[in-house]
Design a protein. Structure first.
Length: 344
């Protein structure tokens, strides 16, 4: 169950508690405090024991009567999850940091920093007895951890610290001190993986790989940051890139576009004519490619697809041998054909 569904399950459980009388009615407006610091919850407040990665916290969460969701002790939860906390005197807020995740929390403000943007959760942090409490949804939506409810117990488990994706390299950039690999598309599509000094490049057998050995057309498995830019295509730091193909020899050429025509020769050899955009300086905008028994046909996720899906009108990204005829358009042998998902 993903974090969003788990959070929804929590809120549903809390709503049922309200409906069945498990939590008393909300206090009147006259008794509500107008300050961010609140008093100790009344005896009618619901208490929620908290478990983080299998270990019980000494401090429980609580849900005041009429509140939308429970509040959890921020320091206790953050420490158990390995986050670093620091008081920011300039902003009068608490800053939290772990890996690629950074956020800031201010008592009484339903405004949470996420990837240099701000979101609202519908519940503001509160200070009680000099301890800062945050809503349960903060754990999943801001800290990006796994949270669920088991009876009256809140269970938190650290989520993966990276995203894994598989795709085919469509562009490689190596200019000055900047290196990147684009997978899963061209133009505004796909994802740009920024390669730094800490990025691990390997073959499938675990042996190291130099950046100069990467080629367009390679299928790779990438582990990258949870955070990406809002650009098109998005960019994100890559932690590891693993090449799933064997040795390829000369770097292939590539063309992304639409299959204009499919023809079958007398010997049952199938050829496809593609018109679109060249992926490299020596690649073609239009090319005729023979499909052989060795041609790899996959979808954008790197999963095996059928040659029957390579039909007229299909959107593809094709990779082929640099040995081409001098005809117009030139003709060659397809090494790999990637079928775009919306055409499968």
């Amino acid at each position: 169950m993903n974090a969003a569904l788990k959070t929804s399950a929590i809120l549903l459980t809390f709503s049922l508690a309200l409906a069945t009388g498990g939590v008393s009615a909300a206090p009147s407006a006259a008794s509500a405090s107008s300050h961010s610091t609140v008093q100790t919850p009344s005896a009618a407040s619901a208490k929620f024991p908290i478990s983080v990665n299998g270990s019980a916290l000494s401090e429980p969460g609580f849900q005041s009567p009429g509140s939308k969701e429970p509040l959890l002790p921020l320091r206790a939860v953050a420490d158990a999850l390995g986050f670093t906390m620091a008081w920011n005197a300039q902003t009068k807020a608490v800053d939290l940091h772990k890996g690629s995740i950074f956020t800031s929390v201010k008592s009484g403000k339903d405004r949470y920093a996420v990837n240099k943007m701000y979101i609202q959760l519908g519940t503001a942090p509160q200070t009680k007895q000099n301890k800062l409490y945050v809503p349960a949804s903060f754990v999943s939506k801001v800290l990006r951890q796994s949270i669920s409810v088991e009876g009256q117990k809140i269970v938190i488990n650290p989520a993966a610290e990276y995203i894994s994706e598989t795709g085919v390299i469509t562009a490689i950039t190596d200019a000055d001190s900047y290196q990147s690999v684009r997978i899963r598309g061209i133009g505004t599509e796909g994802l740009i993986l920024n390669v730094g000094k800490d990025t691990k490049l390997t073959r499938q057998d675990g042996s190291e790989l130099a950046f100069s050995e990467l080629q367009i057309g390679m299928t790779v498995a990438a582990q990258h940051s949870l955070i990406s830019t809002r650009s098109l295509p998005p960019q994100t730091p890559a932690y590891q890139i693993t090449v799933l193909d064997g040795e390829t020899g000369d770097e292939p050429l590539g063309t992304a576009g639409t299959v204009q025509q499919v023809t079958t020769a007398e010997d049952d050899t199938v050829s496809i004519r593609i018109r679109g955009s060249a992926l490299s300086e020596k690649s073609q905008n239009e090319v005729v490619l023979r499909l052989t028994k060795d041609t790899v046909i996959i979808n954008e996720n790197g999963e095996t697809a059928s040659s029957a899906d390579v039909t007229q009108g299909a959107e593809v990204i094709s990779f082929y041998s640099p040995m081409l005829t001098r005809s117009l358009p030139p003709s060659g042998t397809a090494l790999k054909v990637v079928l775009k998902a919306n055409k499968l």
